[in-house]
Write a protein that binds this ligand. Structure first.
Ligand code: C2O
Length: 530
């Protein structure tokens, strides 16, 4: 393979990092900055943000729907941001400082024990705030208060499940540290209609948004949208093994966890920018990806059966800190950016995609018509694999089966017959998914599917996708995540019919193929009524 290598010395730690890249992707790219210490420039106490409520309310559009003028403006804005870093690397508004905001909020250089906005209910609101500040900085740099970010709608048309063309040619929107090439397509089992209907059909708040994390105890509960498609699209974009390519797999970046660690060949480890949280925001497409995630949060709130945002004041009163467009250290609360405040304070609305084709239709599952109200019995969880010891998932489908006890059989039958019109519901838990901090993973989870494989289509047996995006070089402890999958009535019916519960975890690469290596383990699988 034809590769060039850079050697770079990082700060005083003299960690030599060798970064190899595919020759065609090199262009004129500066040597790679790997953020080891990504703390923000020092600051005092934050002041509450002042929203620019005089600014016009403008659409955030699909990248595909931008006019020529809007595309030029987008390019100019990111160029100005990059220029700011060149002029003054310490300006907190500049390109690299902006990217490092994401890095220091994934429990890295900022406060190793407490800041982690992934893997919990902070995920959606924190990224919304980040996008807003980013958008204001870009708008100010080009002197255009009507500037809004575009979104990358990989879910609306099959033709959009590719790198958005404006981000591909060398220019301010281009990133050389990308894995996916312009001809790669995101597998439809990640962003296609069946996958999207499962994610957007998630009804509970905790299931979709995630739950409160407990960083000191390394307990994290990502929501369905964060798990997928959010994570897999990161890994797909940041994976050097393009579809059909021969590159090694994304099963671990050789980031040294300690200064003085081994040198890094970034091309051989699946850890190009978008594939690692610490560097993801160094790719401009990150912000288009996250605009789409942010848009889908709004879409979910409008879905039938959606239970909405957490009502907890612990959630709404939480604040996040950023440097704003005036280089002031400010705080934004979640209450500032949800419900009507999303539009009033943040001054955008998501414009639906404007293409002439009909967007892909969500599949029928979320609109199942309730038959009659019923109440499930609050039974003890049904353990599928509960020894708490770390069990390796491996590289091929991993299956566990348990017989259905009488009381669950009756309950499941009630649930299936009621088509979900029940206050309680069945949730499949896989607790303690664990990975070294330098690895990413994707697994599909099936229930009572006789022979699931990476290519198995999503039907009643498919319950969801779980993923982890590698954290980066500053993480010290393993990444631990508790996954939950809401069971649909159709899936409950399958379990009743088989009279046993079979759970299969299918490891899959971002291109849809099976991996050759995996370090993923889990602790417990159980089905609960909640
Ligand atoms: Cu903060 Cu897409 O991750």
């Amino acid at each position: 393979m034809n590769r060039r290598r850079f050697v770079r010395t990082l700060g005083s730690s003299s960690v030599a990092m060798m970064v190899g890249l595919h020759a065609p992707r090199l262009w004129a790219q500066p040597p790679k900055e790997l953020p080891i210490n990504c703390a923000p420039p020092s600051h005092g106490a934050p002041k509450p943000i002042t929203f620019d409520t005089a600014a016009p309310i403008m659409p955030r559009k699909s990248v595909w729907d931008l006019t020529r003028m809007e595309l030029d403006r987008l390019n100019a804005a990111y160029q100005a941001l990059r220029d700011l870093t060149t002029k003054d690397p310490n300006d907190p508004r500049g390109w690299m400082q902006q990217a490092n905001v994401h890095c220091f909020n994934c429990s890295g250089g900022y406060d190793p024990s407490n800041v982690e906005i992934h893997g919990s209910w902070w995920f959606l609101p924190w990224h919304r705030c980040y996008l807003h500040v980013h958008e204001r900085i870009l708008a100010k740099l080009i002197g255009d208060p009507s500037f809004r970010l575009p979104y990358w709608d990989w879910d609306t048309y099959p033709s959009r499940a590719i790198l958005p063309p404006p981000y591909v040619p060398p220019g301010s929107l281009y990133d050389a540290y990308r894995g996916a090439t312009p001809t790669d397509v995101i597998p439809s089992d990640i962003t296609g209609p069946a996958a999207m209907s499962t994610v957007l059909g998630t009804q509970t708040t905790s299931g979709f948004m995630g739950q409160l994390s407990d960083p000191p105890n390394n307990q994290y509960f990502p929501g369905a949208l964060e798990s997928s498609p959010h994570g897999p699209v990161h890994l797909w974009t940041g994976w050097p093994g393009s579809v059909g390519g021969t590159d090694p797999e994304p099963v671990g970046c050789s980031y040294p966890n300690t200064p003085g660690g081994p040198p890094v060949d970034q091309s051989s480890n699946g850890c190009l920018d978008m594939g690692v949280l610490a560097t993801a925001a160094q790719d401009p497409v990150f912000f288009a990806h996250h605009s789409n995630i942010d848009r889908l949060w709004d879409v979910w709130l409008g879905m039938p059966g959606s239970q909405g945002n957490p009502p907890d004041s612990d959630w709404t009163s939480q604040t996040f800190m950023f440097y704003d467009e005036n280089a002031d250290w400010i705080s934004i609360s979640i209450a500032d950016v949800i419900d009507a405040n999303e539009q009033q304070n943040l001054r955008y609305v998501y414009a639906p995609p404007q293409a002439t084709l009909a967007p892909m239709m969500l599949e029928a599952a979320p609109t199942e018509v309730p038959r009659r109200r019923t109440t499930l019995r609050a039974l003890r969880p049904l353990t599928v694999d509960g020894d708490e010891a770390a069990t390796a998932v491996g590289t091929t489908p991993h299956t566990r089966t348990v017989a259905i006890p009488d009381e669950h059989r009756t309950n499941l039958r009630t649930f299936a017959a009621a088509r979900g019109a029940s206050r309680r519901r069945y949730v499949l838990h896989i607790d303690g998914f664990t990975l070294p901090p330098n690895e990413g993973t994707i697994v599909k989870v099936f229930v009572n599917e006789p022979n699931p494989a990476t290519a198995t289509s999503h039907s009643g047996s498919f319950v969801g996708v779980f993923s982890v995006v590698a954290s980066g070089p500053h993480h010290q402890h393993p990444v631990v995540r508790n996954a939950r999958f809401e069971i649909r009535p159709a899936t409950a019916a399958r379990i009743v019919m088989a009279d046993e519960l079979t759970v299969t975890i299918v490891p899959v690469l971002p291109n849809g193929r099976p991996p050759r290596r995996s370090s993923l383990t889990y602790k417990k699988i159980y089905l609960s009524v909640e």
